[in-house]
Design a protein around this ligand. Structure first.
Ligand SMILES: Cc1ncc(COP(=O)(O)O)c(C=O)c1O
Length: 351
């Protein structure tokens, strides 16, 4: 099946610059030499999670056989394009309104034709991802766990090594505010180590606050967010250092506190409701997913300089929930760099 993404609903250029950012700024506050990530076996870094995904897709591809991957219908293109590039046939499975999956319906899709399954822990919440991965693995499928939204969940998988999971990825900037970085856990497979950029390039990136785009880096006509020539590029040394030396417990504590504070304020909102009003023990929020009653609130937030994200480019799959959430689910910032004044500012728009 060829994948058709919907066109973006709005352009960030039409709104004022963000004053409350979606991701934290680069900071060393929650890191130190004394913090050391214990588990490094089978872990490789890349420039973004999408390149970690493509490395997993290529390594785990079955030679001489059909490769069909089941991907959740609610997604961003950066999750789907690596599999298009890697030459997989792609099918989608539906989500329920709380982004969990009906396991009985999902299991019916595990036909012999399907070889791989991608499972996403959306926004640092687990939904019923563990049950889904167990069902897929019991059905003989190769499971790739997408923890792009939480390095804490990523490290948990590296440490516990669940037998149902063949690969796991995460996106470093989403947790740590770095300029780049993706990470892959791929046990038992040999992987070519990506190459670091030159020190001069790294310094230029840090001084300008953005990653340089190589002159040769062309997007293909089919892929909007995937640059084939970035596959072999490692993340910046500073992103790797922060990956290995951050105090994830402190970051998670602050994110949870911000989430709870904002969710409490939003209880009185007439604009919609938090998808998850409360946090469970292992939830590690990346953002506060908020379901609007009316699409107009998205523009109101952006007009006030609040950098809410929304997945607007979703592949046609027949899943009504993702078609609705494409318009109505906004990702409200709650990262560790925000203070109560900024959280109040977000809530004030929606109350
Ligand atoms: C669920 C999910 N997977 C993968 C990605 C890709 O992450 P990155 O931007 O680091 O390539 C993203 C974000 O774009 C995402 O939201």
């Amino acid at each position: 099946m060829s994948v058709q993404f919907s066109t973006p609903l709005m352009d960030a250029k039409n709104f004022p610059p963000a004053v409350v950012k979606a991701q934290p700024a680069l900071s060393f506050t929650d890191s130190s030499l004394w913090h050391k990530t214990a588990q490094l076996d089978d872990v490789t870094t890349f420039s973004r999670a999408r390149y970690a995904l493509v490395a997993a897709a290529l390594c785990l591809k079955r030679v001489g056989q059909n490769n069909t991957v089941l991907i959740p219908a609610y997604h961003c293109p950066a999750l789907v394009e690596p599999f298009i590039y890697a030459g997989y046939d792609i099918k989608f499975y539906s989500q329920l309104p709380d982004l969990s999956t009906n396991i009985a319906d999902f299991s019916r899709l595990l036909t012999p034709e399907v070889s791989h399954v991608v499972a996403v822990r959306y926004f640092g919440f687990s939904q019923n991802t563990d049950a889904l991965m167990l069902a897929a693995s019991a059905g003989g499928k190769i499971v790739i766990e997408d923890n792009a939204h939480s390095l804490t969940h990523f490290w948990r998988t590296c440490i516990h090594k669940p037998s149902a999971v063949s690969a796991c990825v995460s996106s470093i900037p989403k947790t740590l505010g770095t300029l780049d970085g993706g990470v892959l856990y791929l046990p038992g497979q040999k992987i070519n180590m990506p190459t670091a950029v030159s020190v001069a390039t790294e310094l230029r990136a840090l001084m300008s606050g953005s990653m340089p785009v190589k002159a040769s880096a062309k997007l293909s006509t089919e892929l909007r967010y995937f640059r084939p020539d970035m596959q072999k590029t490692d993340c910046l040394r500073i992103s790797r250092w922060l990956l290995l030396h951050s105090n994830y417990a402190a970051i998670s504590r602050q994110r949870r506190a911000n989430y709870q504070y904002l969710a409490q304020l939003l209880q009185q909102s007439n604009a919609g409701q938090p998808l998850y009003p409360t946090l469970a023990e292992y939830d590690d929020p990346y953002v506060l997913p908020f379901v609007l009653n009316d699409i107009k609130w998205f523009a109101r937030l952006r007009e006030k300089g609040i950098q809410v994200l929304r997945w607007e480019e979703i592949a046609e799959s027949g899943c009504g929930v993702s078609a609705d959430l494409k318009n109505l689910l906004v990702q409200l910032p709650c990262h560790q760099g925000l203070n109560q004044v900024q959280l109040n500012k977000i809530a004030a728009v929606l109350i």
